[in-house]
Structures are given as structure tokens and as C-alpha cells.
Design a protein around this ligand. Structure first.
Ligand SMILES: C[S@@+](CC[C@H](N)C(=O)[O-])C[C@H]1O[C@@H](n2cnc3c(N)ncnc32)[C@H](O)[C@@H]1O
Ligand SMILES: Nc1nc2[nH]cc(C(=O)O)c2c(=O)[nH]1
Ligand code: SF4
Ligand SMILES: [Mg+2]
Length: 239
């Protein structure tokens, strides 16, 4: 299969999360996920609610749409989902983007390995804490971390909703102490339309996560961040 199931293509916008927070980037969001996180903010990629919007696209078609949207105003593309690591065909897109001089980032939970992941410039692995109701396959995560440790820009990002998640984050950081580590505030209101209330709630949760991190001796060399795009645009899609 040379085509890629694409849910949406958008940008330019800012990377709102993790190591590249604030960086200008385009997004390609694939459809389909092997997980079903209880609080997934992109559940439309896998719950069937937007299945009519999924397009089976070639790498060239994706490039054409990226260029139509971004013209010469971008040099970076983030591939997210769903889980893009379900598809070997994304290797074609990574190669094409590199040919065009575009840097490529990947967002994935670390449940699947693809050879093309070695060619990604900025790799974010986001293993899921207990509140997601998913179980992390640590053997697979070990394998992926081992495969990408040659990459300069691999990082770990754990979303935290509660104390149990925070302990999971500590465990992950201790397991991979040499990979840059990011804590991310969980958004518990992914369907809320009122941005004022949403932002107030998110900033309160951010303060809670900062306080926990400041008092934790095992979390001294990490960064703690909100989802910047949620603070600016709320729960809007395609930003
Ligand atoms: C939608 S996922 C897609 C990529 C991949 N499936 C993954 O989970 O890493 C992108 C990022 O959003 C995070 N995320 C999803 N729902 C969230 C929520 N409600 N609050 C905070 N972060 C969330 C995920 O943990 C992941 O780091
Ligand atoms: N601006 C913006 N930044 C993001 N960082 C990770 C995202 C994702 O859904 O993977 C995301 C997203 O959807 N929008
Ligand atoms: S792994 Fe990512 S896309 Fe899949 S359900 Fe969880 S947060 Fe959503
Ligand atoms: Mg998102």
C-alpha cells in the first residue's frame, strides 16, 4: 500500500507541545490508532465520527496540499494522528519532504516501530499513563528508544492528569534518563466550547503540575509545559 490514510492537513501553525513548542510547522494528521485513550483530544481520527473525511493520499498529493496551504512560509512538517507509525507508506512522505528540504517531526505513542522513524528529524514518543486506560508495552518502547538513540532530537512527553500518572512519568524518566523529558498538562475538557473556562481550568492544572514537579527530586532536569495551542485556540480542530 503506497497510500496514506489522511484525516487532515493544516498549517502553518505553531507546534503547541513538547521540545519544539512555538516552532512554526505544518501538520499532517493520519487516521487510525491502535490505542483508544480515554481522554484522546483527537478521537475523531479513530472513533468513526469523521470517517467520511479520510482520504487515501500519495506522498505527492500530500506535498501538493501542504504547498498549497503553506506556500514558501514553512520548512517543517509534523506528522501526527492517530498513530502514524501504523503505516510503512509514510516512508515515502518522509523521503519526499527531505528531498524538498523540509524538516520532519513525528508524534507517536511508541507502540509500533517503522524503519522510516530513523529518518525523522524530531521524534516525540508519548507513552500513555494509567488514566488513559492503555497499557504501555515497555519492551516495544525499549526497542524504539534503542533504535532512535542515534537521533539528536528524540524526546519523551508524558501527559499527566493525576498523582498516579505523575508516578508513571517518573518511572519512564528513570527508565530512559538520557532522553530529554517533557511533562504535559492533561486537558480533561476536550469537548468544551467555552474557551474562557477551558483556559482557566488548563492554567489551574498547569499550576498543579508545576507545583508537583518543583517538589519532586526525581524530576529536576525536565520541562513542564501546557498545550500552547489549547491556550490560544481552545479545542478547535486544525490549529
Ligand atoms: C493526539 S496524539 C497523536 C499522536 C500519538 N497517537 C500519541 O498519542 O502520541 C498527540 C499528542 O496529544 C496528546 N494528547 C492527547 N489527548 C490529550 C489531552 N486530552 N490532553 C493533553 N494531551 C493530549 C498525546 O498524549 C500526544 O502526546
Ligand atoms: N498546534 C498544535 N500543536 C500540536 N502538537 C501536537 C499536536 C498533535 O495533535 O499531535 C498538535 C496539534 O494538534 N496542534
Ligand atoms: S495514542 Fe494518541 S491518537 Fe491514539 S488514542 Fe491515544 S492520544 Fe489518541
Ligand atoms: Mg493535538
Amino acid at each position: 500500500m503506497t497510500r496514506i490514510p489522511v484525516m487532515e492537513i493544516f498549517g502553518p501553525t505553531i507546534q503547541g507541545e513538547g521540545a519544539l513548542i512555538g516552532r512554526k510547522t505544518m501538520f499532517v494528521r493520519t487516521a487510525g490508532c491502535d490505542y483508544r485513550c480515554s481522554w484522546c483530544d483527537s478521537a475523531f481520527t479513530w472513533d468513526g465520527s469523521a470517517k467520511d473525511e479520510i482520504k487515501q493520499m500519495t506522498a505527492e498529493e500530500i506535498w501538493n496540499q501542504l504547498y498549497e496551504l503553506g506556500q514558501d512560509c514553512f520548512d517543517h512538517v509534523t506528522i501526527s494522528g492517530g498513530n502514524p507509525a501504523l503505516y510503512s507508506s509514510i516512508g515515502n512522505l518522509v523521503n519526499l519532504l527531505k528531498e524538498k528540504g523540509i524538516k520532519v517531526a513525528l508524534e507517536t505513542q511508541g507502540s509500533k516501530w517503522q524503519e522510516w522513524m530513523k529518518d525523522v528529524d524530531d521524534l516525540t514518543l508519548s507513552p500513555k499513563p494509567p488514566s488513559s486506560h492503555m497499557e504501555t508495552d515497555l519492551k516495544m518502547l525499549d526497542l524504539i528508544v534503542d533504535n532512535v538513540k542515534v537521533l539528536k532530537n528524540a524526546s519523551l512527553k508524558v501527559v499527566v492528569f493525576d498523582d498516579v500518572d505523575f508516578q508513571f512519568a517518573i518511572d519512564i524518566h528513570e527508565r530512559y534518563p538520557n532522553i530529554p523529558f517533557y511533562l504535559q498538562v492533561g486537558n480533561a475538557d476536550t469537548t468544551l466550547k467555552d474557551d474562557d473556562i477551558l483556559v482557566k481550568n488548563l492554567l489551574k492544572k498547569y499550576e498543579w503540575l508545576i507545583d508537583k514537579t518543583m517538589m519532586c527530586p526525581k524530576m529536576n532536569d525536565i520541562k513542564v509545559l501546557p498545550q500552547l495551542h489549547a491556550l490560544v485556540w481552545g479545542n478547535k480542530r486544525g490549529v
